[in-house]
Design a binder for this molecule. Structure first.
Ligand code: AHR
Length: 501
């Protein structure tokens, strides 16, 4: 039997702007994300622009990618930026110690990455090396990228780029409680203040300095960072953002489950562990509110997504995994959480763009075919929320549970666009029951509606290179509109979008 849910949307009460930066992505020198993923090289038979794979660039442009984080991840705190500038054939080959010990020939460096961001039309978000680099290296990389004049600007020009790139998003270290140096929060806070000082301002590029934040529920880390770094120091404002990393890991770190197959219990575990993001975001925000009630410091969830055991036959350190509609629902659930908390959560980055963890696309080895995952569809369905104003949504729905971990059957977001349209996105987290929704749209006409649904014939179906759109978005049919009330049936395990013009 179908379940029921009621949604009440107040279209006449627009709230905060939903930053497009909540829909950011992440590309690390890890497995086949950069090399043999995004980057195929200029001489590749795969259509590319200056080495970057064109079909993937187009797929990212189609979802309006707002920012891209690079070069890591754990890789960032082991990266020396000078390895990646100058003639490519003269760049050093380094061992990628974190990710399989493979050789990185540094074909992709600063110029290439920033060219990619220009092709994508997105903001670069560069993670600087605090763990193993020096403050001077950090200062010089920022100067090389942003200075209008001086020796480093001249070196940049000699390497082919005269105008500064004016990058504003800078991460000062990554996971410094773990792969970035195994630091205590007190020690990192001091180091952060020191290093952040050297992430300097240049004309037209006032930096937003982002600190490494907590691992999951390490609330003490947030307390310490807010106490030590959130206040101006002699006129210097050290911290504009604090990151949070949380992955949805069915089975846990020691015993990760594969992406497929799974049963209803495996589905529910992903939903329950995914919904934990709601608690984490709220608890960290509450701590930040105590010392920063004006919410000057953003919470950035700059790594999130599903983390499964790797696909059979692939390198365990390359983190290559398939996806199903379960991951699409997980993505919708996370995006709804970020949007519900968008006063504080102003950036987020899905890990990672291609061939690593919860990607929006997969590519065959050696520049073969590309396939879009169901997660790409979710980012497409949610693109209408970028820079729109969040609307209040009341949802009355069943609470589902796995053991003591509860999660709602229906989770939803609504927003008002600048030209007066209302977009609603929602997901049905129940793998077994469709849900009949009765949606009341107060303060806006419900007459001109177009609706779509992302669902799957079988929950475990994946998009493959031979069947690239097995799981995809369709028109949602069977909708009834009566005045301001819309009724529709959302299939079990699905994501839907409704657009009221
Ligand atoms: O995204 C993969 C890895 O997960 C990143 O390098 C690291 O920051 C995190 O532990």
């Amino acid at each position: 039997m179908n379940h029921r849910a009621q949604l009440h949307i107040a279209a006449d009460q627009p709230g905060p702007v939903i930053s497009r930066h909540l829909f950011g992505h992440f590309a690390e020198h890890l497995g086949r994300c950069i090399y043999d993923g995004l980057w195929v090289g200029e001489d590749s038979p795969v259509p590319n622009v200056r080495g970057w794979r064109s079909d993937l660039v187009a797929a990212l442009r189609a979802i309006k990618i707002p920012n891209l984080r690079w070069p890591g991840g754990c890789y960032a705190d082991d990266y020396y930026w000078r390895d990646g500038i100058g003639p490519r054939q003269q760049r050093p080959r380094r061992v990628n110690a974190h990710w399989g010990g493979v050789l990185d020939d540094n074909a992709v460096g600063t110029h290439e990455f920033l060219d990619l961001c220009e092709q994508l039309g997105c903001a670069p978000y560069i993670a600087l090396n605090l763990g193993s680099g020096s403050p001077r290296e950090m200062r010089e990389w920022v100067e090389y990228v942003n200075a209008p004049a001086g020796t480093l600007a001249e070196e940049r020009a000699a390497n082919g780029r005269k105008a500064p790139w004016s990058v504003t998003l800078w991460g000062v270290g990554n996971e410094n409680w773990g792969c970035g140096g195994h630091m205590r929060p007190e020690y990192y806070a001091d180091e952060y203040r020191r290093y952040a000082t050297y992430v300097q301002d240049y004309p037209g590029a006032k930096p937003l300095r982002m600190a490494c934040g907590p691992n999951e529920d390490d609330y003490n880390w947030t307390e310490v960072m807010m106490r030590e770094c959130a206040k101006p120091l002699y006129g210097f404002d050290p911290m504009n953002g604090l990151s949070l990393h949380y992955y949805t890991l069915p089975g846990g770190w020691a015993n990760k489950a594969p992406a497929t197959p799974f049963d209803h219990s495996g589905w529910n575990e992903v939903m329950a562990r995914g919904w934990r993001m709601d608690e984490l975001v709220r608890q960290h925000s509450a701590i930040m509110d105590r010392s920063d009630p004006e919410k000057k410091v953003a919470l950035l969830v700059d790594e999130w997504g599903a983390w499964y055991d790797v696909e059979a036959g692939t390198n365990p350190r390359f983190l290559y995994q398939q996806q199903t509609v379960r991951d699409a629902v997980l993505a919708a659930l996370n995006l709804n959480i970020f949007i519900a908390n968008c006063e504080r959560v102003r950036f987020a980055n899905l890990a990672q763009v291609v061939n690593v963890l919860q990607s929006i696309a997969l590519t065959e080895p050696d520049g073969g075919r590309m396939v879009l995952t169901p997660t790409w569809d979710v980012f497409k369905l949610y693109a209408g929320h970028h820079e729109s104003r969040r609307l209040p949504v009341q949802v009355v729905t069943e609470q589902l549970a796995l053991a003591d971990m509860k999660f709602p059957q229906v989770s939803a977001t609504a927003s008002l666009t600048a030209d007066g349209a209302v977009n609603v996105t929602l997901c049905n987290t129940d793998p077994a029951h469709a849900v009949e929704i009765a949606l009341t749209l107060a303060g806006h006409s419900a007459d001109q509606l177009s609706a779509h649904v992302l669902s799957s014939p079988e929950l475990t179906t994946c998009n493959t290179f031979d069947q690239p759109r097995a799981v995809t978005t369709h028109e949602l049919t069977g909708i009834k509109i009566s005045g301001h009330v819309v009724t529709a049936t959302i299939p079990a395990g699905a994501v839907a979008s409704l657009h009221f013009a």
